[in-house]
Ligand binder design. Structure first.
Ligand code: ADP
Ligand code: MG
Length: 344
């Protein structure tokens, strides 16, 4: 099992290092376990199809701030982000379990708001809430959601199937959720200094909505299926494009060349980034929480994608030895680190 003695700081490993460390000691016992730790969801053989299972926790103070997050939105987001992990396996979400840890700071009405949001998401995505757990907490709110889904066996899509030469695509636009968070944090700081202050959220509807009420791209998975394109790899963009590209690169043993001028951003988000003094490309590469899909397809599928889908080709996969690079607008080649890329 674990052979450490003494004390090792978690910060030495980081989140992904810690998960790697834990997973090294995991042995599976069931022949039905097709994929355990390491993808957006676990994959279990259920006979005629695969069942997908994913879980995520949201902790007050770490993942959300109730000064500017309405509980209804929080409930909606907690469900949608889990559905997004099932979608990222090319699957369809079917059931959720929702667990909450609450202190006496929260009233019945507050919990009702949270569940109104959760149930609105369940209704919107046709998912059944079938259980959970309730415990008390000392102070903050913790929400844990486990999502089940299913996928036809031949359709399951891992992070590991990308080949050199494949095209890299993203759905929708990137960076807006991160910029929305910036605006909300800015308004909170001003509010704490001057409680009579009215928040100025004008013109920021889109980016704030992207932060507070994300959606899972079930439409993309449906369209890929309709036009007969099986992605070679796929994941959802929760931590940021750069970080996700590194996950696919590692698991598929490829490198990537990405073009800065191809990265998709909403025009308002672009302008807000400039206003806030944030490099728009940094917001797109490092931002995260947009819950768009990052996927790769074989070059043979290029025509179908171009004709039928509104997605953006941002680059292509290369041999692992070539590494991960961003070709800047000025046509310079920069190494792409997991934290992304900085102009300086
Ligand atoms: P996501 O951003 O899609 O939620 P994570 O980075 O949280 O993915 O998790 C990556 C992988 O590691 C997943 O397969 C997840 O199930 C697994 N994982 C994360 N934390 C733990 C843990 N504490 N124990 C076991 N597996 C874990
Ligand atoms: Mg997770």
């Amino acid at each position: 099992m674990f052979e450490n003695s003494g004390r090792t700081e978690i910060s030495h490993l980081g989140e992904f290092g810690l998960i790697d460390h834990i997973s090294k000691s995991i042995k599976t016992h069931q022949t039905s376990t097709i994929k355990g730790v390491g993808d957006d969801a676990a994959v279990i053989d259920a006979g005629d199809k695969f069942v997908l299972i994913s879980t995520d926790m949201m902790v007050e103070g770490t993942h959300f701030d109730l000064t500017y997050t309405p509980l209804m939105h929080l409930g909606y987001k907690a469900i949608v982000t889990n559905i997004s992990d099932i979608v990222a396996m090319n699957g369809k979400a079917t059931h959720v379990l929702t667990s909450i840890s609450i202190s006496n700071r929260f009233s019945l009405e507050a919990v009702e708001e949270l569940y109104k949001g959760m149930l609105a998401a369940c209704n919107a995505y046709g998912v059944d809430l079938v259980g959970g757990d309730t415990t008390s907490s000392q102070k903050g709110l913790i929400i844990s959601v486990t999502c089940y889904g299913e996928v036809a066996k031949e359709k399951v899509c891992y992070r590991s199937g990308c080949k050199p030469g494949d095209l890299v695509l993203v759905s929708g636009d990137l960076g807006a959720a991160y910029l929305g968070l910036h605006i909300l944090e800015r308004e909170k700081r001003i509010f704490l200094e001057r409680p009579d202050f009215k928040p100025d959220l004008e013109g920021n509807d889109y980016i704030i909505q992207r932060q507070l009420k994300p959606e899972a791209r079930i439409d993309i998975v449906k369209l890929l299926n309709d036009i007969g394109v099986q992605p070679t790899s796929m994941m959802d963009i929760s931590d940021g494009l750069s970080s996700e590209l590194h996950h696919i690169a590692k698991q598929s043993q490829v490198g990537f060349t990405i073009y800065e001028d191809k990265l998709p951003i909403d025009p308002i988000a672009y302008q807000r980034a400039i206003d806030l003094g944030i490099d728009p490309s940094t917001a797109m590469l490092n931002g995260g929480e947009d819950y768009e899909l990052l996927f790769t397809v074989s070059m043979n599928d290029y025509e179908k994608i171009k004709k039928e889908m509104e997605v953006t080709i941002i680059g292509h996969a290369v041999d692992a030895g070539e590494g991960l690079h961003l070709i800047s607008k000025a046509n310079n080649k920069h190494k792409l680190s997991a934290q992304g890329w900085n102009h300086l």
